[in-house]
Design a protein around this ligand. Structure first.
Ligand SMILES: [Zn+2]
Length: 58
């Protein structure tokens, strides 16, 4: 099972997508992207909830 995330799914004007084999790995990729592309040194709780809701399994 693959976990997928797209920034646009949480309303970002951003073409970033990520996929990984589990949610932990995916969250690491998302955290790195959020820091580098969106200047978020830490993902806040509200954003984290949106991210988790937007993660799809495929
Ligand atoms: Zn993004």
């Amino acid at each position: 099972m693959t976990k997928k995330f797209a920034c646009k799914d949480i309303g970002m004007q951003c073409g970033f997508t990520a996929e990984a084999k589990d949610e932990n790995e995916l969250m690491q990729k998302i955290a790195k992207h959020a820091k580098e592309a969106h200047g978020m040194n830490k993902i806040d709780d509200a954003t984290m909830k949106k991210v988790k809701a937007a993660i799809k399994s495929a």
